[in-house]
Design a protein around this ligand. Structure first.
Ligand code: F6P
Length: 446
């Protein structure tokens, strides 16, 4: 039975998240992550980056452009802010979204007052998110990230770029006003050194509190997340879905190869890594050599169990097509929302994975050994895969995926073990049997 649940909505509020802070304080990272998180839980969101409006006229300005005494610079920066804000208001008015994130320094009280007034007049709540950072190492990491990735410095000598960027920061410091008691009427959250201290003021609605809870869990320390499906299972061999079978002989070979595959993927020295599995046999068996050969701690999560296929558990796709033809067609029609009779949909899985994502954001290095559907959902969160595509993604067995979050997105590497396994991927409109796929042992880099 296909369910037609609406997207996860909390209430009718529309929110403008207003980023506040000096350059190199992780604002764009927080903005981008919040947008991906909201999209993942089904809340339409968009980032309006004032810098990109400014770049239309001034693509690669020097630090002097940001000097508060530079009248022409001031005028153009004001015009960029106005352009972003008016596009944002039009976006809300056209009913295109629930949360807009205004990514800029918004560093003066006057600027924040203006944004607050404009939003209030349009019936939009504001949530100011200030990122304060005095940890020199964190600032330096951010400067390095910006000078190598920002379009403002594209093609420039990285050392000169870093110098100019520091001068730009000094110009902002001349006028910067932190959110203080005079702004108590606003809803705001102040993040000090990315999450080590958090001050929250006047959160009124559920959606804002959910967002603040998410933002509070973020950190920007370098780390990686490794994702792997369990080794090939006995059910995989016979094309059956669900169940709690053991891993096959080839699955066992993958389990033995996993510690070496992890090493090959590059484990930074002196790093603590934690292994997460589901509570099902096939993931626990797959992770057991990794646990035994390393000193990694291991946790079993019920929330990482495979999508519950209800009455179809233990059947092959062909049997499902025969026994429940309408359901089979309905699932193909809207795979993300289709809920198995007595079981789950992909949307249900995303909802139960939310605490896992929160915990992942708080954690550092984690290896997750889980299942096809669950892995598609986790991967989609990090890689921003839209809901209609994520249930159809190919996530092959015996392949380790390494994700490394960066300021402007997530870097992906794949490491394939040289151990054959069946393919459990099924294309839309087919009831394909699980098939063997060749292992070529190649590392794929994306
Ligand atoms: O076939 C392996 C498996 O993990 C099943 O247990 C599960 O039902 C299925 O994959 C999920 O994939 P899909 O949503 O494409 O059917």
């Amino acid at each position: 039975m296909a369910s037609s649940l609406p997207p996860i909505q909390s209430d009718d509020s529309k929110i403008c998240v207003v980023m506040v802070g000096l350059p190199a304080r992780g604002k764009s990272l927080i903005a981008g992550k919040a947008m991906r998180y909201l999209a993942w839980v089904g809340i339409p969101a968009r980032v309006f980056n004032v810098g990109s409006y400014r770049r239309n006229n001034t693509p690669q300005p020097q630090a002097t452009f940001f000097d508060p005494h530079n009248e022409e610079g001031e005028r153009m920066r004001r015009a960029a802010a106005e352009g972003a804000l008016s596009d944002m208001l039009a976006w809300f008015q056209a009913g295109k979204g629930t949360v807009a994130i205004l990514d800029a320094t918004n560093s003066t009280k006057e600027r924040r007052k203006w944004i607050h007034e404009q939003c209030t007049a349009a019936n939009i709540e504001t949530l100011f998110v200030e990122s304060i950072c005095d940890d020199e190492d964190l600032i330096m990491t951010n400067i390095l990230e910006v000078k190598t990735t920002s379009p403002d410095y594209k093609g420039q000598d990285p050392e000169l770029a870093a110098l100019d960027f520091r001068k730009r920061i000094r110009n902002y410091e001349k006028v910067y006003e932190t959110i203080d008691d005079g702004e108590k009427k606003y809803t705001y959250v102040k993040l000090i050194n990315v999450g080590s201290t958090v001050i929250i003021n006047q959160i009124k609605d559920y959606l804002s509190s959910r967002l603040v809870y998410y933002i509070q869990n973020l950190h920007i320390k370098p780390r990686s997340i490794w994702l792997s499906r369990h080794g090939e299972s006995e059910y995989n061999l016979t094309g059956r879905i669900g169940g709690d079978s053991n891993i096959s002989e080839r699955g066992e070979a993958y389990a033995s190869a996993l510690p070496e595959l992890m090493r090959k993927s590059g484990i930074p020295e002196n790093t603590k890594i934690v292994i997460w599995t589901s509570t099902l046999r096939r993931t626990i068996q797959t992770a057991r050599h990794l646990k035994a050969e390393t000193s990694f701690e291991k946790l079993e999560w019920k929330a990482l169990d495979e999508l519950d296929s209800g009455v179809c558990d233990g059947l092959t796709y062909e049997q499902i097509a025969e026994k429940y033809p309408e359901d089979f067609a309905a699932r193909d029609e809207d795979k993300y929302n289709y809920r198995y009779r007595g079981g789950e949909s992909y949307r249900d899985v995303v909802i139960r994975l939310e605490p896992i994502i929160m915990e992942l954001e708080r954690s550092e290095n984690v290896v997750i050994v889980t299942h096809q559907a669950v892995l598609r959902c986790i991967y989609s969160y990090f890689m921003n895969v839209p809901q209609e595509k994520s249930p159809w993604m190919e996530v092959p067995l015996h392949t380790l995926i390494k994700l490394t979050p960066r300021a402007y997105g997530t870097e992906e590497q794949r490491f394939k073990a040289d151990i054959p396994a069946v393919s459990t991927w099924r294309g839309k409109g087919t009831s394909a049997k699980h098939q063997d796929f060749p292992a070529d042992g190649n590392e794929q880099q994306k």
